[in-house]
Ligand binder design. Structure first.
Ligand code: BTN
Length: 391
C-alpha cells in the first residue's frame, strides 16, 4: 500500500493543469504521470517536480515556496531581507507574505522583522521533495525526488519505475515501509518518520560483476556523511553495514537488474541502491531480534537529528561517490579502507553453507573483498550472500 503525504510546498499556483500537479490527491484524478509512467491515484506523495509532468522536468521553474526555502537554507539561520525574497519571487511568480504564510501553514516557524526581513527558525520533521531539494544542488542523484508516506519497499517502487524507463538518479523516500527488506531475505524495520528509508535508481555503464563497486561507494558516502554531520564514529563493516560502537546504524541493499543471466558478467540494465538509516529511532522501535545489535544516530548522540538536512547531505555525497566509483574507483576504495573496520583483520565469511576464514586484505577493482586464507591462497569474495564476523 502506498499513501500520500500532503506536506508539499505549494500555494496552488500551478504551472500545469490541476490534474498533473501532484498536489493533494483528488477523486477527480484517475492517474498521474510521473517519469512518463501512470501511477495509480493516491500513490505519489511529494515530487520536486509536482508542477508538471516529470518528463518536462528540465524546463519546470522552481516554485515560490521552494525558492524561499532555498534562500532560508543558504542563510543558515540568518535573516534574509524582504527585498531579496521579493527579487527571487519575481522570477517564480509568488508574493512574499502569501508564500511565508503558506510555509507557516505547512509547519515552518518563521520570524519576521520590520528591518531585517525573515528568518527560518524551524521546520516540520517531515520529508518533502521540495525541502530536500532546496538544501543542495543536485547532480545526477536527486535531480528528481519522490516521497511516499508509506510504501511496501522503496526498492520495489524504484524497480517499477526503472523498468518503465525512469531516468537515472531518481530517488524515492518513504516515511515508513511495510515490507522493507535487507540482505539475505531479512526484514528491515522502517518505523514512521524515525529514519531515512530510500532507494536510488542508477544506470551505470558497468558489468554486473563490478556492481559491488557501488555498494562500496554508497557505504563510503553514508559513513562519511554521518560522521561529518552528526559527529558519530561511523565505520563500515564489509560488505554493506555502517556501524557505531559495534552496533548497526545503517544498511545498504544493492539489487542489480540486467537482461543477462544471473551471475553473468553482462552489462547492468539498471541498479537499485536501497539505503536504510536509523536516524531518530529509540530502543523500543527495534524489533526484539535486532534490539541487541542495532542503534540509531539519536541513541548515539543523545539528541534528535534533522532528517531533511541529513538526507540532502547524503544525496550530495552519494552523487560524488557514485561519479568517483565510475571514474576513479581506487580513490573510493582508499577512503573505504580508511573507514572500514573489517580490513586488516582475521575474519570468517559464510557463503551459503561454506565458511571461509582468512585475513581481509583489500578490495579489488570490482569492489570484491580479497581474503588471504591460511594456506596463502587469495579468495575473491563478492558481496551479496555473506555474513561476516571476526574470526
Ligand atoms: C541490510 O542491511 O541488510 C540492507 C538494508 C536496506 C534497507 C533499505 S530501506 C530502503 C530500501 N528499501 C528496502 O526495502 N530496503 C532498503
Amino acid at each position: 500500500m502506498s499513501r500520500v503525504n500532503s506536506g508539499k510546498i505549494s500555494n496552488g499556483q500551478s504551472h500545469a493543469p490541476a490534474d498533473q500537479t501532484g498536489g493533494e490527491p483528488s477523486h477527480r484524478q484517475s492517474h498521474r504521470s510521473i517519469v512518463g509512467i501512470l501511477i495509480p491515484p493516491g500513490q505519489l506523495v511529494s515530487s520536486s517536480l509536482f508542477r508538471g509532468r516529470v518528463t518536462e522536468s528540465v524546463s519546470v521553474p522552481m516554485n515560490p515556496g521552494m525558492a524561499i526555502l532555498e534562500m532560508f537554507h543558504q542563510a543558515v539561520g540568518q535573516f534574509v531581507p524582504a527585498t531579496e525574497l521579493r527579487r527571487v519571487l519575481k522570477e517564480s511568480g509568488g508574493k512574499v507574505t502569501t508564500e511565508i504564510a503558506e510555509l507557516e501553514r505547512l509547519g515552518y516557524t518563521i520570524e519576521s522583522h520590520p528591518h531585517f526581513g525573515y528568518r527560518l527558525l524551524g521546520g516540520p520533521d517531515r520529508l518533502t521533495a521540495d525541502d530536500i531539494k532546496a538544501r543542495f544542488k543536485a547532480g545526477v542523484i536527486g535531480a528528481e525526488i519522490l516521497v511516499f508516506e508509506e510504501t511496501a519497499s522503496t526498492n520495489d517502487v524504484v524497480d517499477h519505475l526503472g523498468k518503465s524507463g525512469a531516468r537515472e538518479g531518481l530517488v524515492v523516500f518513504a516515511e515508513s515501509q511495510t515490507k522493507g527488506r535487507g540482505r539475505l531475505g531479512r526484514a528491515w524495520a522502517s518505523p514512521r518518520r524515525k529514519g531515512l528509508w530510500f532507494s536510488v535508481l542508477l544506470r551505470p555503464k558497468l558489468a554486473s560483476s563490478a556492481a559491488s563497486r557501488l555498494t562500496v561507494a554508497a557505504s563510503v558516502a553514508v559513513a562519511r556523511t554521518i560522521r561529518q554531520r552528526c559527529g558519530v564514529n561511523a565505520r563500515i563493516k564489509w560488505p554493506n553495514d555502517v556501524m557505531v560502537n559495534g552496533r548497526k546504524l545503517a544498511g545498504i541493499l544493492v539489487e542489480t537488474k540486467s537482461g543477462a543471466a544471473p551471475r553473468s558478467s553482462g552489462p547492468v540494465d539498471y541498479l537499485i541502491l536501497g539505503i536504510g538509516i536509523d536516524v531518530n529511532c529509540v530502543a523500543a522501535d527495534f524489533p526484539p531480534a535486532v534490539a541487541e545489535i542495532a542503534t540509531s544516530i539519536r541513541i548515539e548522540t543523545g539528541r534528535d537529528q534533522d532528517r531533511l538536512a541529513l538526507a540532502a547531505d547524503l544525496l550530495k555525497a552519494l552523487d560524488e561517490s557514485y561519479q568517483m566509483a565510475l571514474t576513479d574507483f581506487e580513490a573510493v576504495a582508499d577512503e573505504w579502507a580508511r573507514l572500514c573496520s573489517t580490513l586488516g583483520g582475521q575474519i570468517a565469511v559464510t557463503l551459503g553453507r561454506r565458511r571461509v576464514e582468512g585475513f581481509a586484505q583489500a578490495l579489488d577493482a570490482d569492489g570484491a573483498l580479497l581474503l588471504r586464507k591460511d594456506n596463502g591462497q587469495i579468495e575473491r569474495i563478492l558481496g551479496g550472500e555473506l555474513a561476516v564476523e571476526r574470526a
